[in-house]
Design a protein around this ligand. Structure first.
Ligand code: MV4
Length: 506
């Protein structure tokens, strides 16, 4: 087993990986940029090394600097976390060349999944269901016209080098095809330096459901069940849950077996995720494979009882999977909220600054993976994910009530967070009845926008001020919102709570 692992990341995921290292008796080496000197991952490190300026290219994306730290610290493996270098095939290869084990798949497996058209060709061969369309870039407008007519409108144009929505265009009818193709091509060129664009049939308001897989280096591959990830905003996931409320045992088995086939077709090793689009008839189609540990891995951990990071490390150390597919059993329900330093009242813009007061929830069925602490200054330079709050229960209802209770305890002072968004989602009737698709969040946010337009905000504010004055009430907790949470007002910010929060802020 490894003695020392370098964690090439920051924030909550660096802390998450460190915890697995320490449970396994492995020392954790951290790296940090100039603005991260006091970050939580550095404070918990066994050793920490500076990388340089805040810009990711100077720090967390700088391959030579990170490999130099590996050499100087004597680390025998590198865990890349998610984002940054986690899906960089050149980095995986550079680690190998430097004699340090990369905890993740091989460079070849990453490359196979990196190009969406190449991945589609491989999946076609492996007999995996994927959305109808082309598995090569379209050469001309005439070809695009023919393909679109054959598969039927609406169609989706996608960048082969893309993923995550960039370079993607929905084309509702033939009249828009030419301009959309040109736009998709130029966006693909400017975003990825590669203008290859292919066509898929568009699935309207799909669900996004993904399957966790694990493969050891001895040919054993298993699936660990799905995560429902349909709650997204601008291609950013906001809330994820396991299991998916619409997947039954039979569908899970079929999706899982397809996911294993995908992994095997790519000679995949370590932890990976196979993404599917699911249409209204519950047909599922391969979308792409994420060759990393994902942000939302805790919901799978809670329902399976497995430690994915521990397993990643064991697999990288060439151990065999300690269980078979038949041993994998899911129990209960888990829901994760991504807590971001962003301002719900200003279009969810990043909200950096000092955390002046932090009251974190805990208690039955609550897990928190956090990279923040009271007194820390949230930098502007990186993704503003502060922490993940995960609720677990015997069923979806209990997971939700525990999360709602935890959200009512949670207070982050000094900066804005999206906590109020989760209070609203978890009180939403469609969410509670699990009517979820990738359009859910935009619809929910639109509803409140519409309301504020036609309910004349100035008058509403005047009436509210009158009611507050008459009740002798005080303004609820700074920055945390409270109005439209869907919870009884006293569960969000009672006068006792808001008074004590203000008191502590003085
Ligand atoms: C689609 C689609 C509908 N039809 N492909 C968006 C991100 C990229 N990874 C794939 N995406 C989509 N591909 C076809 N053929 C709808 C989306 C999509 C989406 C997918 C998953 C989660 C959220 C989404 C939000 C908008 C569109």
């Amino acid at each position: 087993m490894f003695k020392k692992i370098l964690i090439a990341n920051r924030g909550e995921i660096a802390v998450r990986v460190l915890r697995a290292c320490h449970e396994m008796g492995i020392a954790a080496v951290m790296v940090y940029s100039d603005v991260d000197r006091a970050a939580l991952h550095v404070r918990k490190a066994d050793e920490a090394y500076p990388l340089g300026a805040a810009a990711a290219s100077e720090s967390y994306l700088n391959i030579p600097k990170i490999l130099d730290v590996a050499r100087r610290s004597g680390a025998d493996a590198i865990h890349p976390g998610y984002g940054f270098l986690s899906e960089n095939a050149k980095f995986a290869q550079a680690c190998r060349d430097a004699g340090v084990k990369f905890i993740g798949p091989t460079a070849a497996a990453m490359d196979a999944m990196g190009s969406k058209t190449r991945a589609r060709q491989a999946m076609e061969k492996a007999g995996v269901p994927f959305v109808p369309g082309t598995s090569r870039g379209v050469e001309s407008f005439q070809e695009a016209e023919q393909v679109a007519a054959r598969i039927g409108y609406p169609v989706m144009l996608k960048a082969a080098a893309g993923g995550g929505g960039k370079g993607m265009r929905l084309v509702p009818a033939p009249a828009q095809l030419k301009s959309s193709l040109e736009a998709a091509r130029s966006e693909a060129q400017s975003s990825f330096g590669d203008d290859e664009v292919y066509i898929e049939k568009a699935i309207i308001n799909p669900r996004h459901i993904e399957m966790q897989v694990l493969a050891d280096e001895h040919g054993n591959t298993v699936y660990l069940g799905e995560r429902e990830c349909s709650l997204q905003r601008r291609h950013q996931k906001v809330l994820e849950e396991a299991p998916s409320p619409i997947v039954d045992a039979e569908m899970r088995r079929r999706m899982g077996e397809v996911a294993v086939r995908v992994a095997r077709a790519a000679d995949y090793t370590n932890a990976g995720t196979v993404e599917f689009l699911v249409d209204q008839q519950k047909n599922f189609y391969f979308l792409e494979m994420n060759t990393r540990l994902q942000v939302e891995h805790p919901v799978t951990e809670l329902v399976t009882g497995l430690d994915l990071v521990h397993l990643q490390i064991s697999i990288a150390a060439e151990e065999k999977l300690p269980f078979t597919q038949e041993d994998v059993r899911a129990r209960g329900h888990a829901i994760e909220c991504r807590i971001y330093a962003e301002d719900p009242d200003n279009n969810y813009f990043p909200s950096p600054g000092e955390i002046t007061l932090l009251l974190e929830p805990s208690g039955p069925g609550i897990r928190q993976d956090s990279g923040m602490y009271e007194g820390w200054n949230v930098p502007l330079a990186y993704d503003p994910l502060l922490a993940k709050l995960i609720g677990y229960g015997t069923d979806r209802e209990q997971a939700i009530s525990r999360l709602r209770r935890a959200l009512s305890e949670y207070f982050v002072g000094g900066i804005k967070t999206n906590l109020s968004l989760f209070r609203r989602i978890l009180g939403d009737a469609d969410f509670l009845s699990a009517k979820l698709d990738t359009g859910f969040l935009d619809r929910m946010l639109k509803r409140t926008e519409d309301k504020s337009v036609d309910s004349r905000p100035a008058e509403v504010a005047a009436i509210a001020a009158g009611v507050f004055a008459a009740l002798g009430a005080t303004v609820p907790g700074a920055g945390n919102g409270g109005g439209s949470s869907g919870l009884p007002a006293d569960q969000v910010t009672s006068n006792w709570k808001s008074a004590s929060r203000r008191e502590a802020l003085r």
